[in-house]
Design a protein around this ligand. Structure first.
Ligand code: OAD
Length: 453
């Protein structure tokens, strides 16, 4: 029995906006000052004011309901191992049916002793009287983490995020620490999503941005999520969408070492381009990724036909240039295997991209003629091939293999960056052409002028 994927949400005040609760930065504090009502100093100075503030918040909470975003998160528990880490003190996740919730900043419907933090009481929506005492004789205080107080659950939250297969940040400005840095605990294999209608400056690690409100954003996220690798494409395209299989065959020979970081960044940008297209064309396209890295030691299938949401980024561990360049063997084995597995009863587009900084020089199984024959046959089935090379006669090498879309690049830092930029712009153009159901003319994948420069 395969384990359920671990889906972890970090939610902020934004997820409760469509329930009628203001965001923290946009009204939660209302006419009060943060330092007066949301800090330990404020409590010490004026417990009456703070008690009144949270009584009002509790009353406000009593008058609202969870919205579709809370319900989507709860509903995903049917198919995924879902944990919600929330910065919110409201109980809307619980009321929507979520079962695994960690309240980083406390809970509005609870109070606790001012002396013993673990002496906590659930009071529902009732107001507490100023001076009401806990059993230890200390005044009851809201069970909320105020500025100036430690976030005691942060370590638990970090380990939950570290175990996530998919991490989704919904409705948070990521301005309050340490919650704002939780994303840094995510594993490099995790797919990360950021749902927020506003252009929020975030920690810069790679994530797929869904610029939408929580409800519509989570709907889009859900659509992407359910494109799991277990489901064969056959079933998915039953929904009338086009399956786009992105095959990237990336040279990992020793000479690539000089542009290793650029190659890693470039590939990861390609992944971002694919994920962005998945979001943009979510109604008409399903994007899958196959990544093969090759050199004289091995032709390694890093992953095959995974939904783009699941495709992990390359890093210094997964990309290690070494040895020589058996390009034909890498292409021959990859294309033949892929063809055998492909369900041709569905509407598929296959885009093959070969990136190499050198001439074929080490293949044992496949020759140039073999590859030419395979490429011609597959082009006959509508597959699109792009050949991107450096440090050799790219034109001639591509022609030998029958590939008409070719681009030469300088195997320098700037040359490689420029190449990936142009390549990804062309890739986006191709997806748009497919989405518009307009006719794609082979040979025009890269803008002609650029290709021969
Ligand atoms: P903020 O108010 O700082 O950020 C809310 C975010 O939600 C903003 O980025 C908005 O753009 C976004 N947003 C607005 N409407 C939205 C919608 N319909 N759907 C999705 N997003 C929307 O709140 P937080 O990031 O949660 O603790 O941080 C505030 C935390 O700091 C709170 O937990 C608070 C404080 O410590 C307590 O209240 C105890």
């Amino acid at each position: 029995m395969c384990r359920k994927k671990k889906l972890v949400f970090l939610t902020g005040a934004g997820i409760s906006v469509e329930s009628g609760l203001p965001t923290f930065s946009g009204g939660f504090i209302g006419q009060y000052r943060i330092e007066d009502v949301a800090s330990i100093d404020g409590w010490r100075k004026n417990p009456e004011l703070v008690t009144r503030f949270y009584n009002e918040r509790r009353m406000q909470l009593c008058g609202v309901e969870p919205n579709a975003a809370h319900r989507i998160v709860a509903g995903l528990e049917n198919d995924f191992d879902v944990t919600v880490i929330t910065q919110n003190v409201d109980n809307l996740h619980e009321r929507a049916g979520s079962t695994k919730i960690l309240h980083l900043h406390g809970e509005l419907t609870k109070v606790r002793s001012s002396r013993h933090a673990d002496m906590v009481f659930d009071i529902g929506y009732r107001p507490i009287e100023v001076g009401e005492q806990a059993p230890d004789g200390s005044p009851l205080r809201p069970h909320v983490v105020w500025f100036g107080e430690p976030v005691t659950l942060i370590a638990a939250a970090q380990s939950i995020v570290a175990a996530a297969d998919v991490f989704v940040i919904v409705g948070s400005a990521l301005t309050v620490y340490p919650a704002a840095e939780l994303v840094k605990s995510a594993s490099t294999k995790a797919a990360i999503y950021f749902i927020n209608p506003d252009d929020v400056k975030h920690t810069g690690c790679d994530m797929t941005i869904i610029r939408e409100k929580a409800t519509t954003g989570l709907e889009k996220f859900k659509t992407i999520l359910y494109q799991t690798p277990e489901e064969t494409p056959k079933t998915i395209s039953a929904d009338g969408k086009t399956n786009i299989f992105n095959i990237v065959i990336l040279d990992q020979s020793g000479s690539m070492g000089s542009i290793k970081q650029e190659a890693i960044n470039g590939y990861n940008e390609t992944l971002q381009t694919i994920k962005a297209a998945q979001i943009e064309h979510v109604e008409t396209q399903n994007h899958f990724v196959t990544l093969v890295v090759f050199n004289g030691s091995s032709t390694k299938m890093v992953y095959d036909r995974v939904a783009c949401a699941e495709a992990a980024e390359l890093n210094n561990e997964t990309y290690r240039p070494d040895a020589n360049t058996p390009l034909y063997d890498a292409m021959g084995s990859t294309l033949t295997n892929f063809r055998q597995k492909l369900d041709t009863t569905t509407d598929n587009r296959i885009l093959v991209t070969i990136i190499t900084d050198g001439q074929e020089n080490a293949s044992k199984e496949y020759t140039g003629q073999h590859i030419r024959k395979i490429v011609d046959e597959l082009k006959g089935l509508g597959w699109v091939f792009t050949y991107i090379g450096a440090n050799h006669d790219v034109e001639a090498a591509a022609d030998r293999m029958g590939i008409v879309n070719k681009m030469k690049f300088e195997a320098t830092s700037s040359g490689t960056k420029e190449m990936f930029y142009k390549k990804n712009m062309s890739r986006k153009r191709f997806y748009d052409i497919v989405a518009q159901k307009s006719e794609y003319v082979d040979g025009k994948f890269f803008d002609e002028d650029d290709a021969n420069s």
